[in-house]
Ligand binder design. Structure first.
Ligand code: SAM
Length: 186
C-alpha cells in the first residue's frame, strides 16, 4: 500500500472513532523497562493517539510525536494539551531527518518500518532505549495479503541493535503474531 493510501486509511479510521477517543494506556513494554530509562528527549514514532507518550510522560523532555495521519495528530493534541514541551509532527517518520545521539527513548508501537528502525540506534544517546511491537512474518499465516513492509523478524531486530543490549525479543505464541522488542544502547 502506498504511503498516501495508508494515510487515507488511517485518517478514515480515526474519523470513524470520532467522539470515542481517550488517552491510550501505556504499553506493557514501557511499564516493564521503565526502570532503566535514562531521561532526555523522547520520540513516539507513529504515535497515533499517544501510546508512547502515555508511558513516558513526566520522564522525558522534550517529547516528539509523529504520525502520518493529520486526524490522529489533531485528536492527540486535544488529549495531551496539558503536557508541556510536546512537539507534534504530521509526516512519514522514516523520511524525516533526525539528529544523532539525542533520544533517551524511541517507541514504535503498532508500527514497523525497517528503514526507520535501522536508523534508530544512531539516533539514541548513550543509555537510550528502543521499544517496539509489530507484526512478525507468522502473521502472514493469518493475513496472507499483509504488506510485507510491515513485518519484522526477531533476528532482524537483533541484528539492527547488535551494538546495544537486547532486553526483550519475543514473538507472540498465537495470532495476531507480533514481535515485542526492547534494547538499550551502551
Ligand atoms: C496501529 S496504529 C498505532 C498507534 C499507536 N502507536 C498505538 O500504539 O496506539 C499505527 C499508526 O501508524 C501511523 N503510521 C503509519 N505509517 C506511518 C509512517 N510512515 N510515519 C508515521 N506514522 C505512520 C498510522 O497513521 C497510525 O496512527
Amino acid at each position: 500500500m502506498a504511503l498516501r493510501d495508508d494515510q487515507l486509511k488511517w485518517n478514515r479510521r480515526y474519523r470513524e472513532a470520532e467522539g470515542r477517543h481517550e488517552r491510550p494506556e501505556p504499553h506493557w513494554l514501557a511499564q516493564r523497562w521503565r526502570h532503566l530509562w535514562a531521561g532526555g528527549a523522547m520520540l513516539d514514532a507513529a504515535c497515533g493517539l499517544g501510546r508512547g507518550i502515555a508511558g513516558a510522560q513526566g520522564q522525558f523532555d522534550p517529547i516528539y510525536a509523529v504520525d502520518l495521519s493529520e486526524v490522529a495528530i489533531r485528536r492527540a493534541r486535544g488529549l495531551w494539551r496539558d503536557t508541556p514541551n510536546l512537539h507534534w509532527v504530521v509526516g512519514d517518520v522514516a523520511a524525516l531527518a533526525w539528529p544523532r545521539e539525542v533520544f533517551g527513548l524511541i517507541c514504535a508501537f503498532g508500527f514497523t518500518d525497517l528503514r526507520f528502525f535501522s536508523r534508530a540506534p544512531e539516533m539514541l544517546r548513550s543509555g537510550g532505549m528502543f521499544l517496539s511491537e509489530g507484526f512478525s512474518s507468522r502473521q502472514l499465516e493469518v493475513k496472507p495479503h499483509l504488506n510485507t513492509d510491515w513485518i519484522v523478524q526477531p533476528e532482524e531486530m537483533r541484528s539492527i541493535f547488535s551494538g546495544g543490549r537486547v532486553l526483550e525479543c519475543t514473538e507472540t505464541g498465537g495470532p495476531p503474531y507480533r514481535v515485542a522488542f526492547a534494547a538499550v544502547m551502551p
